[in-house]
Ligand binder design. Structure first.
Ligand SMILES: [Zn+2]
Length: 578
């Protein structure tokens, strides 16, 4: 049972257009009346994810995920129903009473912090760090450092750069004054230690605020201002923050990434900020990790191509191998580039400007070619046949290994073989034979990992229950024919009963109720997904009134059959005549 008032839920839904909310996570392209993109809930290779702006619902044709904007956020950010509502209310600037009266139904352990609360405390900390930086005395040295790096005041503000106080314990004191519980500070990774040894995590560091794609503060990166051995430290992993799956600057870069279909990855916060300052806005930074499959999965929803930009000469064979694996496993084009002149991207931009920087990106080498060039340079230096053979072997071994993990489809394999044949100048047939041998009996492409669908049941009665729901979802007006004929007791398949309950409750009050309003009456995303699918089936089958009549007749027949006393054969004379 939802613990929120239906009016509030509907207000929150109306204030959060599903196209905007989903669009923050997936680049959507218009197709007719609907919007299409890559599904964020399964390993999608072609756009299967469909958003219907009119109905305000989403549906994935491949994995079956579906629902309204609340369920999208629930699934996307792993929130409970009340948490998702809170999150969307905040997104739209709607104030709701701090906590729902009925507690969240999901079992919650004492230690499990609410992601919304963590984001709020992080946001408080970002403001606190920014105020430190702006402080006339406290922030002086840090401001000088920023000016020396060439970052403008505008960038400092836009990227919410701040300063962790040098005395240590200052954040803790300020937080206590603001009545923020220590438990929450610890859960957000802003303090370390416990009891009397509790202290600030970041001391005397320039603070970079890390946001997610929606602009929510998920963590921090701190750069030492005193030359400590750990030049950068990040927030620890929290329920909001996982650095191998987070990209710095995605909030500001996603539009440009989507329109250019290219994402540029740099290694440092200042490199990323400087690129934006110069107007190259499709740049994001990894957070002290190399580019992972997790990053590729995020970016693939916006971009077709990723350019990994390394500080001069860092992009060696090891980086190429890793990128090769990610490229093959994630079906995204990856190219590698080095910043020339022994500089990092930040300094290069300051010295050479935007055009030179963008030329470096344009001239990035495709990872397949990069790897081949490196190998053949290293091994084929003597230009002997044996040298070339060894280079080919090593190259194909690396590709077979990387491809094995990615479960290539025959089409994808064909495309890669053509590419390799061109790069190595070897006949495609030979490449195919060699690669196939190395890949061995490659596993068949894995099916979509679908979470087990709830049992919809079989047989006359189950089908009739399903039909009634399909028809009512597609044509709620017909509820008047149903309400006196069946009750919820007629729905004996548990999921169908849950859906019927939501349908009856919603349409019973408002005969014009839309499918997204019906979705709002269930808390489990999986059930909402089923509702979306049943509605879709219902609309496709059409012929509503006839189907409804047949289904009602079938249910009635079943009911009578159950109610009829059990008869022994041949003892009832009336039975003999039939
Ligand atoms: Zn999907």
């Amino acid at each position: 049972m939802p613990s929120f008032d239906a009016g509030l839920i509907s207000r929150i839904q109306q204030a959060n257009d599903i196209v905007d909310v989903v669009g923050e996570h997936v680049a959507l392209k218009r197709k007719g009346r609907e919007m299409l993109g890559l599904c964020p809930f399964h390993d999608d290779h072609r756009p299967s994810f469909n958003v219907n702006p009119g109905k305000q619902i989403f549906k994935c044709f491949a994995c079956g995920a579906g629902g309204n904007v609340i369920q999208f956020i629930q699934m996307r950010e792993n929130l409970s129903f009340p948490q998702a509502l809170q999150r969307l209310a905040e997104r739209a600037g709607i104030k709701i009473d701090t906590r729902p009266k009925t507690q969240d139904l999901r079992p919650q352990t004492q230690d499990e912090a609410d992601p919304n609360e963590l984001a709020r405390v992080n946001n408080w900390a970002a403001k606190y760090f920014m105020a430190n930086l702006a402080h006339p005395e406290k922030g002086k040295d840090a401001r000088e450092y920023i000016a020396k790096r060439g970052l403008t005041d505008e960038s400092v503000k836009k990227w919410r750069i701040g300063l962790a106080d040098g005395s240590g314990g200052d954040l803790l004191t300020s937080a206590r004054r603001a009545k923020i519980p220590e438990k929450l500070l610890a859960a957000a990774g802003l303090v370390v230690g416990s009891g009397l040894s509790l202290n600030d995590k970041f001391v005397n560091r320039l603070m970079f605020t890390i946001t997610d794609v929606t602009g929510r503060v998920i963590g921090f990166g701190g750069r030492t201002l005193t030359g400590e051995s750990a030049k950068y430290i990040n927030s620890p992993t929290t329920i909001l923050f996982d650095k191998s799956n987070a990209l710095f600057g995605l909030e500001h870069a996603r539009h440009q990434i989507a329109s250019s279909e290219t994402a540029v990855i740099v290694e440092g916060y200042t490199d990323c900020i400087m690129a934006h300052q110069f107007g190259t806005a499709n740049v994001v930074a990894t957070l002290g990790t190399s580019f992972t499959a997790g990053h590729a999965r995020i970016l693939r929803r916006y971009a077709k191509k990723v350019v990994l930009l390394f500080d001069s000469d860092v992009a060696g064979i090891e980086a190429a191998n890793r990128a090769l694996g990610v490229a093959l496993g994630s079906r995204i084009d990856i190219a590698l580039a080095n910043v020339p002149e022994g500089k990092d991207p930040c300094d290069f931009l300051l010295a050479q400007g935007k055009e030179a920087f963008e030329r470096v990106i344009e001239n990035a080498t495709d990872v397949f070619e990069f790897k081949w060039t490196r190998l053949s340079n290293d091994l084929g230096r003597e230009q002997t046949l044996a040298g070339k053979k060894q280079a080919i072997d090593e190259y194909l071994d690396a590709i077979a290994t990387a491809a094995g993990a990615g479960n290539l489809s025959p089409v994808e394999k064909g495309l890669i073989i053509n590419r390799l044949s061109r790069i190595m100048a070897i006949d495609a047939k030979d490449v195919n034979a060699e690669l196939t041998r190395r890949m061995g009996r490659s596993k068949t492409a894995s099916a979509y990992t679908n979470t087990a669908a709830p049992e919809l049941g079989e047989g006359l009665s189950a089908n009739a229950q399903r039909e009634i729901i399909e028809v009512l979802l597609a044509e709620p007006k017909l509820f008047k024919y149903v309400k006196d004929e069946v009750t919820l007791q007629n729905f004996d398949i548990p999921v169908l009963q849950k859906i019927a309950e939501a349908v009856f409750r919603t349409i019973g009050v408002n005969p014009e109720a839309t499918v997204q309003e019906i979705c709002a009456a269930v808390e489990e995303p999986q059930i909402a997904g089923l509702i979306i699918n049943l509605e879709d089936d219902g609309v496709k089958k059409g012929n509503f009134k006839q189907r409804l009549d047949d289904a009602l007749a079938a249910l009635k027949y079943e009911q009578q059959r159950i109610n009829r006393p059990t008869l022994k054969p041949c003892q009832n004379p009336r039975g003999l005549g039939i």
